[in-house]
Design a protein around this ligand. Structure first.
Ligand code: NAD
Length: 290
């Protein structure tokens, strides 16, 4: 396929490179980052979008996505698909899809799970929103960039699935960390705590696969001084998106709200910026109840 790729940062660059390696004809554009091997460089976003079957965007946020969409939609050919893989707010995803529809284009919102490792290894999970036709058209690209793509529903459904998942992830990480800190103060050995919880009803991905306690469970960022991994500020971004969405539909999300506040405090007022999101454990270790 002829593919335009806009946003060649930590995630976009290896994704574009994998598409080129698989034989797709990829043209890339980024305001700052260089094009990876095999990707032809365009001078503007509109040039990267012109005449392509699919245009992929991998950008920092919804505001930037909306601005880029304004630029590229007039340049895209009739019937082409705008495939946004960024994590953005549900409203922006739906607004861009509507604009595409009015311009005779198709749109898919398909945020990813799997991080930079998944992007490089072509093992991302995509959660997609859009029509059946649009999903079918971009599926061969999902097969190259990822190991799984779930068609979640109409436009915005991909972003909705992503923020619901990450709200669970953020809240679960916090409670896993506070439980380890509580166990420490109760004199309970961390390995014993892991042995019990990982095989009991308190088990979770954060405990079993990404244990925040160094030296316990499978290797995770806690074993590497909490270098990310999945950075606390990216978790905060996703939690804020979850609360923005909850407000827009009047959903009561007290745990999500509380998790957002805690990551906000951690990233903005403590030393959480640049740390893995599991570094909540050393944060709780240092604290007392008051
Ligand atoms: P990044 O900051 O490394 O890359 C974003 C790129 O977009 C940058 O290279 C920047 O120059 C470019 N850009 C910004 N404005 C632009 C514009 N107007 N035109 C063209 N290029 C522009 O970020 P990333 O880590 O690659 O993340 C991209 C998206 O993926 C984000 O929405 C993020 O939330 C999501 N995501 C990231 C991870 C992760 O682990 N990094 C995991 C899952 C999802």
């Amino acid at each position: 396929m002829k593919v335009g790729f806009i946003g060649l940062g930590n995630m976009g660059s290896p994704m574009a490179e994998n598409l080129a390696k698989a034989g797709h004809e990829v043209t890339g554009f980024d305001l700052a980052a260089p094009c990876p091997d095999g990707v032809r460089k365009a001078d503007t976003a509109a040039e990267a979008a012109k005449g392509q079957d699919v245009v992929i965007t991998m950008l920092p946020n919804g505001q930037i996505l909306r601005a880029v969409a304004e630029d590229i939609i007039p340049a895209m050919q009739n019937g082409a698909v705008l495939l946004d893989c960024s994590t953005v707010d549900v409203d922006s995803a739906r607004a861009v899809a509507e604009q595409c529809d009015m311009a005779g284009l198709m749109a898919v919102d398909a945020p990813v799970s799997g991080g930079v490792g998944g992007a490089s290894g072509g093992t991302l999970t995509f959660m997609a929103g859009g029509s059946d036709d649009a999903f079918a058209k971009v599926s061969p690209l999902f097969d190259v960039m990822g190991q799984k793509a779930v068609h979640c529903g109409a436009s915005g459904a991909g972003q909705s699935a992503k923020i619901c998942n990450n709200m669970i992830l953020g809240a679960t990480m916090i409670v896993t960390c506070e439980a380890f800190a509580l166990a420490d103060k109760l004199g309970l050995d961390r390995q014993k705590m892991f042995d019990v919880v990982s095989t009991s009803s308190g088990y979770s991905w954060t405990m079993n696969a990404y244990c925040p306690a160094p030296g316990v469970g499978p290797t995770s960022p806690s074993d590497n001084d909490y270098q990310p991994g999945f950075a606390a500020e990216l978790m905060l971004k996703d939690l804020r998106l979850s609360q923005q969405a909850a407000e827009s539909v009047d959903a009561d999300t007290p745990m999500g709200q509380s998790a957002t506040r805690l990551y906000e405090q951690f990233v903005e007022n403590e030393d959480g910026n640049g740390m893995d999101f599991s570094a909540m454990l050393p944060r709780f270790e240092k604290r007392s109840r008051g």
